[in-house]
Design a protein around this ligand. Structure first.
Ligand SMILES: [Mn+2]
Length: 365
């Protein structure tokens, strides 16, 4: 029985009995939350089953739903793995196991990737995105709003003994996704934070203070997005969705669109290569919050959002903008002469991808 993550992952790589494998799949963006949560879930599911029955009958294998060279662009993933004594090479990537997948457990997602061609059953779901209402038989089927999927995992495994090391690892996506306890924090996240620090009285502000050094380390691990190619940048945090007659992608970056060289031609190339009808780029710019020493300052924290919409049919963009501009409070910035590439300032910053996508989806259906 593997007692640490590294030997667990190498044992997973040698499994041959594909019928009994449940692949624990994170979401397509291959972000830190997805990767760490699918890893920890698979490890704990394997271990808790092992302690119950001896030899596990089901093998839970964590899978990164993205390509290694794209995940390598996420400095924070390498940072988190390093804390757990792992490297990017220890992970199992979708392309290596795709052919063998019969059953998946979805973590940080509640639908199968649009790229899946074969028949796959979904055995369970733990996720914090908008519920798309699919896979009703999944057990468990936990879909709750909170900053990080890590909080749901901590709740789910609360009856088991959690090693501090695993809790410390889950703290990393929690700090990233809550922007150090200032963004989308719910009671579930606070509960998880209290469990991690083994202190049931901690306030959000205390959690924020405690995690400040970690948050600073995470920020330093980020790769400078202005230094990587447009194609890689758009792919780095991409999610693809299928609407009635349309395949669309939403990428998130953390710099202004103006700072990216050749963005427009890059997006057009990307759309053609990914067979997308529409691409939405969300530019989320968090100001440096090193000087925030109090909650009030955190609330005043500068955070701005730009939306870049690209579609070969300008009428589709007309439709989206006409119907979403009030909700999102869009201000026009610029567009290509043919209006198939448009940039807006988005005042409603709480419409991140999680909230924007269902809105977009309803407009495209
Ligand atoms: Mn997540």
């Amino acid at each position: 029985m593997s007692t640490d993550l590294k030997s667990f992952l190498s044992a997973c790589k040698t499994l041959k009995d594909f019928e009994n494998i449940v692949y624990v799949l994170g979401n397509e963006s291959g972000d830190c939350d997805s990767i760490i949560c699918s890893l920890v879930f698979a490890f704990l599911a394997y271990r808790s089953q092992n302690s119950l029955k001896g030899t596990p009958s089901i093998h839970y294998v964590p899978v990164v739903n993205n390509k290694p060279h794209v995940v390598a662009m996420r400095g924070e993933v390498a940072f988190a793995l390093e804390k757990a004594g792992l490297s990017l090479n220890d992970l199992i990537y979708i392309d290596d196991v795709y052919q063998n997948i019969n059953t998946v457990f979805l973590i940080d997602a509640n639908t199968l990737p649009v790229s899946f061609k074969q028949q796959v059953s979904v055995s369970g779901i733990i996720d914090h995105h908008a519920d798309e209402g699919l896979h009703a038989d999944a057990e468990p089927r936990i879909i709750n709003t909170c900053a990080s999927c890590a909080s749901l995992l901590i709740e789910y495994f609360s009856i088991h003994k959690f090693d501090q090391k695993l809790l410390d690892l889950l703290l990393i996506p929690l700090v990233i996704d809550s922007v150090n306890w200032t963004w989308k924090v719910t009671d579930l996240d606070i509960k998880a934070g209290r469990k991690i620090f083994n202190d049931s009285d901690l306030t959000v502000e205390q959690l924020r203070q405690k995690c400040k050094p970690l948050h600073a380390q995470i920020s330093e691990s980020h790769i400078d997005e202005t230094q990587i190619t447009v194609d890689l940048l758009l792919e780095k945090d991409l999610k693809t969705y299928r609407a009635l007659h349309c395949l669309y992608g939403i990428s998130v970056i953390h710099t202004s669109y103006q700072s990216i060289n050749d963005l427009e031609s890059g997006i057009r190339r990307f759309i053609a290569c990914k067979h997308l009808h529409l691409h939405v780029l969300i530019c989320t710019i968090h100001a440096d919050d090193k000087n925030d020493n109090d909650t009030e300052a955190a609330e005043r924290r500068q955070h701005s959002v730009q939306l870049v919409l690209t579609c070969t049919q300008p009428s589709v963009l007309d439709h989206i903008v006409t119907n979403a501009k009030d909700t999102l409070q869009l201000t026009f910035l610029e567009s290509s002469p043919d209006k198939t590439f448009r940039c807006y300032q988005q005042a409603r910053i709480e419409y991140s991808r999680k909230k924007l996508q269902p809105l977009l989806h309803s407009l495209l259906s």
